[in-house]
Design a protein around this ligand. Structure first.
Ligand SMILES: [Zn+2]
Length: 246
């Protein structure tokens, strides 16, 4: 978010920034989504980056700060973090459409934004991006009791989000190939991927059963050092699994 709302503007207009848990305006994370000045600056920068990094698919991904809280001001605190994100996303999409008529924009369901929005409706062109970072990859997502019931909670969140955002453009952002996650984000202590082909295949079948056609995975830290240490990663099996799903 600091690229979209530069932190250096705090001194000029603190009202653009979030109210934190102590009741103070703070430039630490995100913004106040009920500040029209904040929305204006964010949208200007959304368009600026869209002109530099134009996706060939028309699908844009501007996320709030990773796992960080939203605003607690008197107007924002009536809304959940998912709803505050969606207020911002609806505005960002409107700005994007002025420069790219076919623009669509992700609503990231992840960490603090897993609960679907209720009081705010997605504008046409907002699609769901679902990232279940807290699951286990030892067992398929369809095993509801896995990780002490966490998989069941994720499936319920996925279904309730799909009911709000629709399934047609929905996207899963998974971690099957994410060396960084399995290495606890310590690049110098890179671990071998615990790739389980059967789990992956069951996962994508569970997503496909819900009508999801867009599937992605992080694959951070998968580089020359990784190949040197552990050999070729299972990219062929990953691609083949997705291909079989048609
Ligand atoms: Zn606010």
């Amino acid at each position: 978010m600091s690229d979209l709302l530069p932190r250096a503007l705090f001194e000029k207009d603190p009202s653009m920034y979030r109210v934190n848990e102590q009741g103070q305006r703070s430039p630490d994370f995100n913004c106040c989504v009920h500040s029209s000045n904040a929305i204006e600056v964010v949208c200007e920068n959304v368009v600026k980056y869209a002109e530099i990094l134009r996706p060939t698919t028309g699908r844009y991904f501007y996320w709030i700060d990773d796992g960080r809280p939203m605003c607690q001001c008197s107007r924002c605190r009536l809304y959940s973090d998912s709803e505050q994100s969606l207020i911002l996303e609806n505005e960002m999409l409107r700005a994007l459409r002025r420069v790219d008529a076919r623009a669509t924009l992700a609503h990231l369901a992840y960490a603090r934004t897993m609960e679907p929005p209720v009081q705010v409706k997605p504008a046409s062109g907002i699609f769901l991006e679902f990232a279940p970072i807290g699951r286990t990859w030892s067992e398929p997502i369809s095993r509801r009791e896995a990780k002490e019931g966490q998989h069941g909670r994720y499936l319920d969140w996925l279904d309730s989000n799909l009911a709000v955002f629709g399934k047609d453009d929905a996207q899963v952002l998974e971690y099957w190939l994410d060396v960084s996650l399995f290495s606890s984000w310590k690049r110098d202590a890179k671990k071998r991927l615990p790739w389980k082909r059967d789990v992956f295949l069951e996962d994508i079948a569970a997503y496909a059963d819900r009508g999801i056609r867009h599937v992605t995975s992080f694959a951070a830290y998968m580089d020359a050092d990784y190949v040197k240490q552990y050999g070729e990663p299972p990219l062929d099996e990953y691609g083949e699994g997705l291909r079989r799903l048609g």
